[in-house]
Every structure is written in structure tokens, then in C-alpha cells.
Ligand binder design. Sequence first.
Ligand code: PEP
Ligand code: MN
Length: 338
Amino acid sequence: MIILLKAGATRSDADELLSRIADCGLKPLYMPGTERTVLGAIGDERVLASLHLENYPCVDRVTPILTPYKLVSREAHPADTIVHIGSIPIGGEHFAVIAGPCAVENADQMALTAGAVRSAGAHLLRGGAFKPRSSPYSFQGLGLEGLKILKNSSLQTGLPTITEVVEVADVEAVETCADAFQVGARNMQNFRLLKAVGQSLKPVVLKRGMAAKLDDLLLAAEYIVSEGNPRVILCERGIRTFETATRNTLDLSAVPYLKQKSHLPVIVDPSHATGVRDLVLPMAKAAVVAGADGVMIEVHHNPKEALSDGAQSLSPEDFARFMETLPDLLKISNKRQG
Ligand code: PEP
Ligand code: MN
């Protein structure tokens, strides 16, 4: 940790800080400059956090050298983590396609859509039973009934499932019916929910909040892993910007950034990132080439009739076209399906 002192700081100010650093068992460094003095503290920075050196009037800035997240960082764990959802590996050289409707609407819709994405080659099935909608008047999902339909679709197709959990009280039901939790953008910093899924051993797809920095996403993942669940998959799903042509702005640089900073798998959701059907496949392809470990794509057997996110849902035919291009794209990113 580097501690920059203000211009008027005295030698006795510096000595007070140096002795506090030493009292914590860290090695203090004194580096007087011509205009400013810099102090250093070598050792476990977490010990120093409790001293709040930034509160001292003589301190201008405290800069940690290590990342604020530990367990999810590459510094702590250089090898890629591979997370299995059911039997499907994600991460390292393994690439997975998650497809399905925004929401579970009824048994027929799920049978038709799940069957179609399976025939096209999807590896995992998505579908929300609890829908966190911006408006209270929009379709809110079928709840527990939706979880049962999703589970049935999984049994019929053999595809493992991912579904969103929006509150702590539903963690157990989702855990019983699905193969992975999704924590959505709106709940990325719902810390009680993060802790609750952290106490499960089911994988968690953690979506970036629409106004969250990448380091906030990594700290949210740290909440889950620090509770004991190492099976976290990070998901870039677009962020709010001044642009209104698209629903969100896909921050594709998130993929290489997150993969450099963390060992966790990183996937991209081009559906919520764009909100526009015709933009979904170009951005899905870009995500593969950028090195994502998977994509999550909304597909509906009849997008015109979808109860939520129909405008960004692909038809089974469009989705099948993407799956046909995937082998060539994966050659560029040196990954393989499954
Ligand atoms: C979803 O995947 O259905 C969803 C609501 O996504 P997000 O949390 O990214 O908005
Ligand atoms: Mn959706």
C-alpha cells in the first residue's frame, strides 16, 4: 500500500503513521521527496484497512497495490476456473451456449422452445420463473409453477437449466428445480442474496449491474465465493450509457478485462445488452471472438407472442444460424463446445 502525504505534512506526522503500520506487523517504508513524502506498507493490506489511514488530516491518498477482491482474483489463483452446470463445463477451453426464452410462460411454449434450442445444439436451457420487471404491470413470471415447467423441460431435453432467483426466500426452491442460479443485473449488489447463493454449492451466473463498474462485479462475486461457493460465472449484459439506440451498451472490453483480473469464467448476454433482435447475433459473434467462455441468448418459438422481451428474442431459425457459425468462430478463440 502506498500512502501519499499532503504537502504540509511534518516528519512527526509521518512517524505516527509509520509506527501504526509497524504495530500492525507490516513493514513501514519512509520515502521523503522534494515536495511530498510517500510512505509504504509491505504485507497483507487487509490488516491496514481497519486503520483507515485515509482519515488522517496529513494523508492525501491511500493507494492499495493489490486488488480489493482476493478469492476471485488471478493473483490468488492463476489458472482458469472451470464451472460445471450439470455436466456442461464452462471456462478454460470450454465454451457453452445458454439459450431459451426470457420467461417461462407455459408448458407448450417451453416444450417448443427448449426442443428447438436443443436441436440447434444449445448446451444449456434458460428461462425465468421469477421476473424482475421494470414495471409492476408487466408479466412477473409464473413463480414456483414456472420452476416446475422448467424442470420438466430439462427432463425432456436433457439440457441443464439456469433460472433467476430474486429473493433469499426462493433460493431453496430454485436450488431444487434448476442446475444453476442466475443473479440478475438488478440484484448484483443485493448482498443478502449474494450471501445466500454463496451458501449453496449450485453454480451462480452473476450478471453485471446496469450501472456497476467491473470491479463492483468482481466484489459481488467475492461475496459469493467468500461464503464458500466457488462456482461463479460472470456475465456482461450491457450497461446504461447516454446511447438510446440500443437498450443497453454492450461493454465488450469487459470480457478481456475480467479474464485478466479473475480466474472465473466470463459469458456475454447479447440479448439484454442490445434489446434489438437484429443486433443480437453480430454481438454474440463478437463475444465469442473476444474470448468469452459462453453466450446466453434469448430464443422464443414465436417471438411475436412472447410475454417478455419478444423484440430481442431470436426465432429458432435465427438461433440455428448462429450455431452453424459457431465452430468457425471458436477456432479464432481457441475454444471448443462442451
Ligand atoms: C434475464 O436474463 O432474464 C434478465 C432479466 O436479465 P438482466 O438481469 O441482465 O436484466
Ligand atoms: Mn429477458
